[in-house]
Write a protein that binds this ligand. Sequence first.
Ligand code: FAD
Length: 330
Amino acid sequence: MSKVLICAEIEDGRVSDATLQLASAALSAMPHSHRSIAFVGDDLSEIEPAAAALPADTVFLIEHPALKNGDAGVFDAPVSVLSSLCQQEDPDAVLLARTDYGSNVGPRLAFRLGQSAAQDCIDLAVNPESGRLAVTRPVFGGNAMAVYEFTGDGPQVAVIRPGCFDSAPLSGGFPEVIRFDPAGAICEPRARLMDTVAAQAEGVRLQDADIVISGGRGLGGPEPFSRLEELAELLGAAVGASRAACDAGWVEHERQVGLTGKSVTPSLYLAVGISGASQHMAGCSGARNIVAINNDSEANIFQDARYGVVGDWRQALPAFIAAVQDLQND
Ligand SMILES: Cc1cc2nc3c(=O)[nH]c(=O)nc-3n(C[C@H](O)[C@H](O)[C@H](O)COP(=O)(O)OP(=O)(O)OC[C@H]3O[C@@H](n4cnc5c(N)ncnc54)[C@H](O)[C@@H]3O)c2cc1C
């Protein structure tokens, strides 16, 4: 495996954390490969200084007016230019993050290149015998892991779940920066975005939060979530939930953490009244510290929790909130 290409993303004018995680995934699985990172957008001037210091051998800047916001949800233009770059560079592996962009662009790009893509990879390795990429993916609703190895020649496209690798440093590299002219590769989009409506979001975004406080069925109803909100406000945290709590209509589905919800990688994940089903843990196992409050000492969550309170949240949570308030008032 001699060449790996990372399809980068920009978030709020900065190199996204998921991109830095891809850089670290490439470094750990393919330490001796030539690493390239490709940025696609209508104006990359803001990102260029940071991109030029990334830990890579080459950075490609692909700029064109048709590449605004990753093609605004249509993805035809980024797929065309990335496929043209792959034809020129002939990477052995192409890595994308399992974001809206990566999970849409990855399979389309693989199709254009006559290859297949592996979605939702949580680990990467190179089989030393075959020299091919082997990816680990959750199967059977997250109850088992399967390792797949690519077959065939050409770029092996892996879409990697955010939070499974630490972020590579944002600076310290001396890549060669190359402007790739996409003009000949831009195709007429087959769909056009007519309008976007931003979701109403308050407070810290779940995926970006350094502290996440999640509630489950054990809370017993929607009202206790206001206690979680209260604690979240004190700690600058985001509030998440288990699927059981979302399905019960206690909180919006956007808050769901897990296999079919969001993946979070905070420093602290506080799980209140959550049993710790594998499908829930699939979304929070990347947390540095899991702390659980559960009245069942046999609950699964205690197997993953660094600290746990065996008890009723009605007693443990108010005491915890009071302790945080005391500390903040000191
Ligand atoms: C294909 C598939 C995908 C799924 N995807 C997801 C997903 O993305 N996210 C997800 O969360 N789930 C997902 N699930 C559902 C998952 O299997 C569990 O059913 C769900 O996570 C359970 O939620 P829970 O822990 O809140 O509820 P429960 O399992 O009912 O656990 C409630 C916990 O609260 C505790 N408790 C009760 N009362 C108190 C109290 N007073 N004080 C303290 N603790 C108390 C109980 O001891 C119990 O451990 C998925 C399932 C499938 C099949």
